[in-house]
Design a binder for this molecule. Structure first.
Ligand SMILES: NC(=O)c1ccc[n+]([C@@H]2O[C@H](COP(=O)([O-])OP(=O)(O)OC[C@H]3O[C@@H](n4cnc5c(N)ncnc54)[C@H](OP(=O)(O)O)[C@@H]3O)[C@@H](O)[C@H]2O)c1
Length: 354
């Protein structure tokens, strides 16, 4: 007698108490992903805590060889060091891991997938699929139709990134600092290198030894090329800036196309692309706003205009919810495409194997 596949997967969410992990739980429910059992993981600090999923309260578990046993699909967002150790362990135990951290993104044998942009890259997975950095993710969604229509030679991007991009503690820091400043106090920064409330900080993440660019800026440059399967011939220059916004990254993107593309044509190809919402009537005060993007899955694009200094350059304003399409929604969309392509239970050749 033929055995029937169970309806749904045993899904592990690693970092289930975090900003991204809790959004993953919401998105899995909203999109009705086939889950037969959900196993929420977090650190030892969360022992005894519960999270809600599908109307049930589930106890948080620590990561151990026993607790990961039998998990088939993992959506992981607990930081690079946790993924470095546990993603291969999950993969060795037969699971497929969709990883939100930066640890695996640039490994040659780990596909870096933006659903709706380079889905086919997931076919090559060996147990780990990486989710790009949130800043890169929303920009690449907006660039893909332009890339396909006119080609792109160079991108110059400046970002205005929300604090939730740094996680739960960073959201608390903005709220506490805002209250303190309004009460006339001078708060000490803990999560960010400077006060973020009522301020703009031209540093997202850290400066590695001797590099004038931050690790976040390097991610934007390197990951964009990997997702678009472009080499060094694609110029990418980025400046990443933290602003006192809770959710929603905004980006000023200057794109130099290979072929001519008018702002009107650009709006048309953007509007035709699933996952993009063109919001562009600037004279009526209508353009993408972080507060409008927060809670949505689409990437909002507006202020599409010719760069007066170059006939093949356009300027765009790109806004997305960093916790949703920038992380959780894309992770679940990748899980969906692994499911649709029969790639969840397929035994992969492990990462690092020849
Ligand atoms: N925030 C974003 O917009 C965004 C977007 C894309 C990618 N990412 C990436 O996603 C990851 C998480 O980001 P976040 O913003 O969700 O951070 P967060 O709010 O600080 O959450 C971190 C999560 O990781 C868990 N954790 C920490 N150490 C652990 C350990 N040793 N074992 C198991 N779980 C552990 C925490 O559990 P406890 O509650 O027990 O401490 C918490 O659930 C980071 O790598 C980040 O770069 C974030």
């Amino acid at each position: 007698m033929a055995t029937r596949e169970p309806i749904g997967y045993r899904v592990g969410v690693v970092g289930a108490t975090g900003a991204v992990g809790s959004t993953i739980l919401e998105v899995l429910s909203e999109r009705d992903f086939p889950v037969s059992e959900l196993v929420p993981f977090a650190s030892e600090r969360s022992a005894g805590k519960q999270v809600e999923f599908g109307g049930r309260k589930l106890e948080i578990r620590p990561l151990s060889p026993e607790t990961i046993d039998g998990v088939e699909l993992v959506l992981s967002s607990a930081g690079g060091s946790v993924s470095a150790e546990w993603a291969p362990r999950f993969a060795d135990a037969g699971a497929v891991v969709v990883d939100n951290t930066s640890y695996w993104r640039m490994h040659d044998d780990v596909p870096l997938v933006v659903a709706g942009v380079n889905d086919e890259a997931a076919d090559e997975h060996r147990g780990i699929v990486a989710n790009p950095n949130c800043t890169t993710m929303q920009m690449v969604v907006a660039l893909k139709p332009i890339w396909d229509t006119a080609g792109i030679e160079r991108i110059v991007v400046s970002t205005y990134q929300s604090v939730s991009g740094t996680g739960r503690r960073a959201i608390e820091e903005l709220r506490e600092q805002s209250r303190a400043v309004l009460e006339g106090e001078q708060p000490d920064p803990e999560v960010f290198p400077h006060q973020v409330a009522f301020n703009v900080i031209p540093q997202v993440e850290t400066f590695s030894d001797g590099d004038d660019y931050t690790t976040e800026e390097r991610k934007v440059m390197n990951e964009t090329r990997k997702i678009l399967a472009a080499g060094k011939e694609l110029g990418v220059s980025s400046t990443c800036v933290r602003v006192p916004v809770v959710t929603g990254h905004s980006e000023s993107v200057n794109v130099q196309t290979r072929e001519p593309l008018s702002p009107e044509e650009c709006r048309q190809v953007l509007a035709a692309h699933p996952g993009i919402l063109v919001v562009d009537a600037p004279h009526e005060g209508i353009y993408p706003l972080a507060i409008d993007a927060a809670g949505r899955d689409e990437v909002l694009v507006g202020r599409v205009r010719r760069d007066p200094s170059h006939e093949r350059c356009l300027n765009l304003w790109v806004v997305g919810d960093n916790l949703r399409k920038g992380a959780a929604t894309n992770a679940v969309q990748v899980a969906e495409l692994l499911h649709e392509r029969g790639l969840v239970r397929a035994a992969p050749q492990p990462v690092g194997a020849a």
